[in-house]
Design a protein around this ligand. Structure first.
Ligand SMILES: C[S@@+](CC[C@H](N)C(=O)[O-])C[C@H]1O[C@@H](n2cnc3c(N)ncnc32)[C@H](O)[C@@H]1O
Length: 431
């Protein structure tokens, strides 16, 4: 059995295969490696599908694919290298366009074969009326299309992220060729940044995948509940019929969230008990997919703009308080995430970590040992969920990030446990 998370390059030295597909030359790396774990079969509506050739344990790297071309978001240019996308304090500007920046001459040399197609024309290209009229994401893709001579963009590029925060677009030909979309995916992409190398996409199994199952990744955030079908239709030309979309369809039109605050509080409580996160200290976290049997009063919370509103409330109050408000909105948001995301979806792990940090902050002002023990139980519960999910997804992008935060918070909890036990001991032995 293949070891989950074993480094690709140790087993198979990089293979640079140039394959011809629809008249377009694509650089495909590690193709043989990928094909050990997936095979391409006919799909009833999507031409092909990638199917597992053997059981793949949760956390396995199913595919490792080096980028063919990448482009940084405008607001990240000058902060990351345009070749390897690594963050750097000191970058050297390309003297031809003064737009691309590099760690060193190695990165500049490696980027040159694609960059030379646009370098001298970069400024006239980006100031042209045609370019300026494009929406931001299409500007990115058009500049990448020019440099990579790759003409099918809308449905073939990926958003590159570090710690799940997006900062660039990229083309990963083999991943594009293999994986269809699902809003309830069994796999997801993460990105590996190495100084001097083009970024690598790794497709990770989010749960145990049996042999013969189709491997799907999310093309966009499934939390876009009302707009996602429209995006699939316009950008990719298909209607999603995954289990999540079918569940959502069976619920029917989503009513507006009630305005009456007391009614809303009661409904949020109902939602949290339905999903099983009403008691943060003792909850057993399980995703609860949307089905026809979803109680109608819970369907209110499937409104995209309400999720955005709750996320804003949580984001504002989780750092500086009021913490009770942050915990209330954060746990309601967790309940919604458990309805809409599939098992081990990384966003659930990131949110559980934010909740753990909030519960920790909320526990700090009190000297009441019993209350602090209760708060610590909440922190531990959220942290263990976060560790399980993000540990399985693995490290992504820049150093530090959620996995490092989990370690730090665990150390704080251990110290706190020691000081509480010392305090209890002192109070017991005091006369
Ligand atoms: C990046 S390609 C995926 C690979 C593609 N299946 C193939 O055979 O080359 C994206 C295209 O696959 C199809 N596709 C992806 N996910 C789909 C889904 N869930 N249902 C139907 N078609 C899908 C759509 O035509 C979409 O534009």
């Amino acid at each position: 059995m293949w070891e989950a998370g074993s480094p690709v390059d140790r087993n198979f030295p990089e293979l640079k295969v140039v394959c011809e597909e629809r008249g377009v030359m694509l650089h495909v790396t590690n193709i043989f490696y990928a094909m050990m774990y997936v095979k391409v079969e006919t799909h009833p509506t999507a031409r092909n599908q990638a199917v597992s050739t053997q059981p793949l344990p949760a956390g396995s790297i199913i595919l490792s694919n080096r980028a063919f071309a990448t482009v940084l978001f405008e607001n990240r240019k000058g902060r990351r290298c345009d070749h390897c996308l690594v963050l750097s304090e000191i970058l050297r500007k390309c003297s031809g366009c003064a737009s691309c920046c590099y760690c060193d001459t190695n990165c500049q040399t490696r980027h040159w074969p694609s960059h030379k197609k646009l370098c001298k024309r970069w400024n006239s290209f980006t100031s042209s009326n045609k370019f300026q009229a494009l929406p931001p994401h299409e500007r990115l893709d058009s500049s990448m299309a020019r440099t990579a001579l790759y003409n099918r963009f809308g449905n073939n590029n990926f958003t590159i992220h570090s710690h799940l925060n997006s900062f660039a677009h990229g083309i990963f030909p083999l991943a594009s060729r293999l994986f269809n979309h699902s809003c309830a995916p069994n796999a997801a992409a993460r990105y590996k940044l190495v100084q001097g190398q083009a970024v690598t996409m790794e497709v990770v199994a989010l749960r145990d995948i049996p042999e013969g199952e189709e491997i799907c990744i999310p093309y966009l955030d499934p939390a876009l509940l009302q707009t996602r079908q429209q995006i699939f239709q316009l950008t990719y030309g298909f209607q999603c019929t995954c289990i999540s979309c079918e569940g959502l369809k069976s619920v029917g039109p989503i009513p507006e969230v009630p305005q009456d605050p007391a009614r809303l509080v009661a409904l949020e409580y109902r939602l949290r008990t339905y999903v099983g996160v009403d008691d943060l200290e003792h909850y057993v976290l399980r995703t609860k997919p949307i089905t026809q049997s979803l109680p109608p009063e819970i369907s209110y919370f499937l409104k995209e703009d309400y999720i955005e509103h709750l996320s804003g409330v949580f984001g504002q109050s989780s750092h500086d308080g009021p913490y009770d408000r942050a915990l209330e909105s954060g746990v309601t948001l967790l309940a919604i995430y458990l309805l809409i995301y599939s098992e081990n979806y990384p966003q659930i792990g990131v949110h559980a970590l934010e909740l753990a940090k909030t519960a920790w902050n909320a526990s700090m002002p009190t000297n009441d040992i019993v209350r602090r023990q209760h708060a610590m139980a909440q922190v531990r519960a959220c942290l263990s969920v976060s560790r399980r999910i993000l540990g399985l997804y693995g490290p992504e992008g820049d150093g530090g990030g959620p996995l490092a935060e989990i370690t730090t918070l665990q150390q704080l909890i251990d110290q706190e446990g020691q000081s509480v036990s010392d305090a209890l001991h002192t109070s017991r032995i005091a006369p």
